[in-house]
Design a protein around this ligand. Structure first.
Ligand code: MG
Length: 354
């Protein structure tokens, strides 16, 4: 038997990483509207990495406007050969390989990263917030999102959000003041505002932000199109509220470009290829005096619980994606009195529902 053949056999007997994936469709409780689109389902890919009888869970959430789909993720994941790795602790090597196979595919890459983190955490027997050294009591409140809608729907959703201490309001249509006033007619809770690039004029944006400050808004996310870099810098310099970059900030390399343009960044696992890079982005943001927010797409408790591991390092969290769906196949982190409650469970702390 040749040496190569023996090594080849050995890796299967000693154990190699086995990646499997399955398309799934999230049902949204409410039709979700933001500047430019609305929808009632979100395609996700559920992944598993198995190693010596231990299984790590992962997920790719793929809202259509980001360009990934069941087809693209399936193709990307099928192209990966994780069997070549027989040591899951070589996370750098495994995830660098995953990232190098094809450009883009950030959600599909995140589904591998999350499953690998879950697996490694389970083998160690510790949750990732502990491995990273974070204190679980430092988790922020999570905001609950109110989409753009008719006043009676907004009032109803605001009242439904009573367990949460912060509401996230999607703006961008022409009825901005009406939406805020509608919420203020039934709730005095602090708000954060996400414009999703829906405004275009920086002076009007500044005027609106002054008005929003009077309405007890905490910060404004991505007010202008991401290409308007100079306008964002102008706005951030003058704004009475922090301006957070979301669409403009995808991966680690974008953090540097946020300095002087935004007050902070919104880190999402699906944009940045997962927990490994999200952690690095948070540390670089802290070192660069940028505020850190951690956000999500509509996701199951799997990806939400993964993101929550990093939340003690964030000033704000918008991790309500699992609360907006009606067919969550996982149980994971809890929200207690509006605050993220991390569990002392290994990995990302999720179990499959029976
Ligand atoms: Mg946003």
């Amino acid at each position: 038997m040749g040496k190569y053949y023996i090594q080849h056999l050995k890796k299967y007997f000693v154990g190699s990483l086995k990646l499997t994936f399955e398309p799934y469709s999230l049902k949204l409780k409410h039709v979700f509207t933001l500047a430019g689109s609305s929808r009632s389902t979100t395609p996700v890919m559920l992944t598993k990495i198995e190693y010596q009888g231990v299984t790590g869970f992962g997920e790719a959430s793929m809202p259509p406007y980001l360009g990934e789909s069941h087809e693209t993720a399936g193709k990307f994941l099928a192209s990966l050969d994780l069997c070549q790795f027989s040591d899951p602790f070589r996370m750098e090597e495994i995830l660098e390989y995953t990232d190098s196979v094809a450009p883009g595919n950030s959600a599909a890459k995140a589904s591998v990263d999350i499953a690998l983190h879950d697996l490694v955490g389970k083998i160690i027997g510790q949750p990732w917030y502990k491995i990273w050294g974070f204190s679980p009591e430092n988790t922020p409140d999570t905001s609950f999102t109110i989409g753009i809608d008719q006043p009676e729907v907004i009032r109803k959703k605001t009242l439904e959000a009573s367990p949460y201490n912060i509401l996230k309001v999607k703006l961008g249509s022409e009825n901005n003041m009406q939406i805020i006033n509608t919420i203020r007619s039934v709730s005095a809770k602090p708000l954060c505002v996400d414009v999703n690039q829906g405004w275009s004029d920086r002076s009007k944006a500044l005027e609106m932000i002054y008005w929003l400050k009077e309405k007890d808004v905490l910060f404004v996310e991505q007010p202008l199109p991401k290409e308007q870099v100079d306008d964002h810098a102008w706005l951030t310099e003058r704004s009475p509220l922090p301006i957070i970059g979301d669409e403009a900030i995808q991966r680690l390399a974008d953090v540097k470009s946020a300095v002087g343009v935004y007050s902070g960044i919104n880190i999402k696992l699906m944009k940045c290829t997962g927990m490994r890079e999200a952690h690095r982005m948070a540390e670089l943001a802290h070192a660069s005096n940028l505020l850190v927010m951690i956000g999500c797409m509509t996701e199951t408790s799997c990806a939400i619980s993964a993101a929550a591991q990093l939340s003690p390092r964030a000033k704000w969290a918008d991790l309500d994606g699992n609360l907006l769906i009606s067919n969550d196949p996982f149980e994971g982190i809890q929200i207690t009195d509006g605050k993220i409650k991390l569990l002392d469970k290994p990995g990302i702390g999720v179990t499959e529902k029976a």
